[in-house]
Design a protein around this ligand. Sequence first.
Ligand code: ADP
Length: 160
Amino acid sequence: MKLVLAIYPGSFDPVTNGHLDLIERGAKLFDRLVVAVLQNLEKDPLFTVPERVEMLREVTRPWANVEVDVFGGLLVEYARHRNAQVLLRGIRAISDYEYELQMALMNRKMEPRIETVFMMPSETYSYLSSRLVREIARLGGPLHGLVPQIVEERIRAKVT
Ligand code: ADP
């Protein structure tokens, strides 16, 4: 039987409980799941890429079939290089749909052998984004329940 490798790409600045919800679902469905941190030149990141990777490794330790990696450049090229068959993306609300659909179709045009699979998180996380977490963090607001505890601690250490 063919083993299915899926890639879950994103910025993960920082990893949230919404991301973890998707990772848990993906780890159940696919044989292997690679959480791939995009190395891009964001204007105002909260955490460096190595910091994000370190936190992701720590919080994904319970899943033996989950790996954390870093990639740059075209996602489909990275997926080809990893021999992945699936790209995993999360859809929180209708507002995510248009952008995600456009990306999925463009990726399919570039690499028809790779399928994008969308998953919905638990509704508890449907309003949660890393961008909001960064804003709350910078304003010193409460993050409990939105991010894993180690991320909460790292944020507290960074902003105080
Ligand atoms: P964000 O969109 O929160 O800034 P990323 O760029 O790291 O985060 O997102 C990576 C992937 O994770 C995207 O497919 C995004 O839709 C998905 N995602 C982000 N937050 C959630 C969430 N709360 N629930 C489900 N999926 C999510």
